[in-house]
Design a protein around this ligand. Sequence first.
Ligand code: SAM
Ligand code: DTB
Ligand code: SF4
Length: 322
Amino acid sequence: MEPIGGALPRWSRDAAAAIHDMPFNDLIFLAQTIHRQNFDRNQVQLSRLLSIKTGGCPEDCGYCSQSAHNPSGLQASKLMEVERVVAEARKARDAGATRYCMGAAWRGPKERDMDAIAAMIEGVKALGMETCMTLGMLEPDQAQRLKAAGLDYYNHNIDTSERYYGDVVSTRTFADRLETLGHVREAGIKVCCGGIVGMGEEKADRIDMLVTLANLPEPPESVPINMLIPIPGTPLAKADPIDPIAFVRLVALARILMPKSDVRLSAGRTAMSDEMQALCFFAGANSIFVGDTLLTAQNPQEDKDIALFSRLGIQPMELPAR
Ligand code: SAM
Ligand code: DTB
Ligand code: SF4
């Protein structure tokens, strides 16, 4: 395996595969043990998403409702007003979210949008929330501009293995993704990077995706694991759903390979049973997206999540006093 960024790889593919394939009880026990050593075991962090610019994206990601290449029927919109973004963030904060994640359907931000983006970061931070942006590819100076505005996290997923990447997206490369992640790191912004499972990939692709993340010069602080939401009109609309046990195994592997990272049970929770989500928390997931919409797709209603947390004795994580 090639070392990334000149650093020695922390994990080999074989070692990761051996952990992934352990008997299920052993795997979950190991993941839960590592989880307890690093986190408050009954706390889950709550993030809230907002699509600040929806649809009409020039990229051709095979899973996405927002690509102009995919006839998903989604109505494209312009960049949202700063005041509206801050008002939505306030509602999310009042409902218990501690991190606000703003997403734009861009290949990358344009210079003309940067002032508004910076104002959104400043406005949301002033509410006492952590900020996250996902705007596509960044140049080094753009990453520095976001940092100067106070951005805490940048989300930029590798989505799958390097081998499978070209089967899912053709308008950019896996190397492009790693390059932007490097710019984000260099600017001193925390990295949120994960992927999607259930896109027709093989087990080895899922394991390789996590090995790539764990072997970054520094692992991402936040690792979203999305289960594909099949969107009509996209090339992946009819992908076979992933076996729930295989999904839980991947969550456990993420926890073991990246013991100190937040592992976020991300898109796809509406299609998961309460029991599957409980197993994911037991396997080390400690973050979710709350609110009834993600960017364009559905997420469980707030009362459903409150009821699940109550049944499991899970508390929402609070921000440390600043
Ligand atoms: N345009 C930016 C980019 O691609 O980096 C940011 C927004 S993009 C929608 C953010 C992430 O959402 C993707 O990288 C992908 O992991 C996830 N995502 C998008 N559509 C999805 C779907 N149908 N099911 C699950 N995850 C999805
Ligand atoms: C991530 O990994 N998942 C979020 C966030 N990062 C930006 C997005 C999920 C999107 C699900 C599909 C949709 O809402 O369109
Ligand atoms: Fe555009 Fe991001 Fe959707 Fe890809 S995932 S089509 S880059 S919005």
